[in-house]
Design a protein around this ligand. Structure first.
Ligand code: COA
Length: 340
């Protein structure tokens, strides 16, 4: 779309034209080849397969060796575009959600743009940790609603294995690497029906990392790089408190009740958290698909990777009502209701 067309669309929006939304037209994902199961982890820290499965539901996770946050993102984006039947040249906006960008600058989204050859697209990163994909999706919705862009490629890509403390059994058992992407387009019916986003910066200390490995040898050569620190119980209770409340708020905006939702695609942090949320919403657990047993918590990649699996398995069908909810460090929490 040219600049003149964009300006005309912006003007017509100002004149009070109809509301727009975005529809997910294609999904894609990419996981590193190397898998680390609980038994292998038990050789690294004092833990066991039984303990991890019982407390988290996680059995294995993927860990990047040759892959990078960008290479995983590019692969996921290419698959999403292919799935949508669109080519990179038509992409107008690329949003990369990540908290594990390997380079300070340029941003991950610009590197992805370059690899894809999506020359027309504006590209930038967004860091809202495990809520990142959802916040990026909402950002794309806002751009489309404002009449600025017609479509967007949104990718959540993480290499958390490079940020976790592999000597801390309380955190290293949880996380995994991967990338998931969706291609969205403007639509006048369906798409996102209601959304909410909440942030609680005052609670940020319960899940944090004081470094992104941007260490200068001129400042402190021997300093140990700070790794992810977490108060697991606090994060657990935050999720059980905030996620059901956020989902109910988004549902209210969409004028729907919890039992009218076909699928709840939630951030994959811990099976017990998902079970607790289902219970609080009084919705049967069968409507909450999980893949964390195979991939662990992939932060911003968790929701789009699960969406891609469900899409490719034919479980997601057009017309279905789906709730997405992401939550985590920040503390941040978001939810949206979409008509698939
Ligand atoms: N293997 C074996 N024992 C472990 C362990 C492990 N991997 N990790 C912790 N323990 C021990 C603790 O040291 C503690 O021992 P103690 O009683 O002798 O002190 C005991 O297990 C209980 O620890 P606790 O932290 O209370 O366990 P928990 O049931 O809360 O489970 C988490 C810990 C991290 C799995 C859980 O709190 C959790 O998943 N929280 C949410 C974290 C999350 O999802 N973060 C990302 C959000 S996006």
């Amino acid at each position: 779309m040219g600049r003149t067309e964009r300006a005309v669309r912006l003007q017509s929006r100002k004149d009070g034209n109809t509301k727009m939304s975005i529809r997910i037209m294609g999904t894609g994902s990419a996981l590193p080849a190397r898998q680390v199961d609980n038994r292998e982890l038990a050789g690294m820290v004092d833990t066991s397969d039984e303990w991890i499965r019982e407390r988290t539901g996680i059995g294995s996770r993927h860990v990047s060796t040759g892959e990078t946050v960008v290479s995983l993102a590019v692969e996921a984006c290419e698959r999403a575009l292919e799935n949508a039947g669109r080519d990179a040249a038509s992409v107008e906006l690329i949003l990369a959600a990540t908290c594990t960008a390997e380079r300070g600058i340029p941003c991950e989204a610009c590197q992805v743009q370059s690899h894809l050859g999506a020359k027309q697209a504006a590209a930038f990163d967004l860091n809202a940790a495990c809520a990142g994909f959802l916040f990026a999706l909402h950002t794309a919705w806002a751009y489309v609603e404002a009449g600025i862009y017609d479509n967007a490629l949104i990718v959540g890509s993480e290499v958390l294995s490079k940020l976790v403390d592999w000597t801390d059994r309380g955190t290293c058992i949880l996380f995994g690497d991967g990338a998931g992407a969706v291609f969205v387009e403007r639509c006048s019916e369906g798409g996102i029906l209601g959304l909410v986003q909440h942030s609680d910066g005052a609670g940020g200390g319960v899940l944090c990392c004081d470094s992104r490995e941007l260490q200068s040898p001129f400042v402190n050569r021997s300093m140990e790089i700070p790794r992810i620190r977490m108060d697991g119980r606090e994060v657990f209770s935050f999720a059980l408190r905030q996620v059901p409340a956020g989902i109910l708020e988004a549902l209210e905006k969409a004028d729907l009740s919890p039992d009218e939702v076909d699928l709840y695609v939630l951030h994959q942090a811990n099976r017990r958290i998902i079970e607790g949320i289902a219970k609080r919403l009084a919705v049967d657990i069968s409507r909450f698909p999980v893949n964390l047993d195979r991939v662990g918590n992939m932060s911003s990649a968790a929701i789009p990777v699960l969406l891609d699996e469900l899409n490719r398995q034919g479980i997601l069908r057009r017309g279905m009502t789906v709730v997405l909810s992401g939550f985590g460090a920040g503390l941040s929490c978001g939810a949206c209701v979409i008509r698939w």
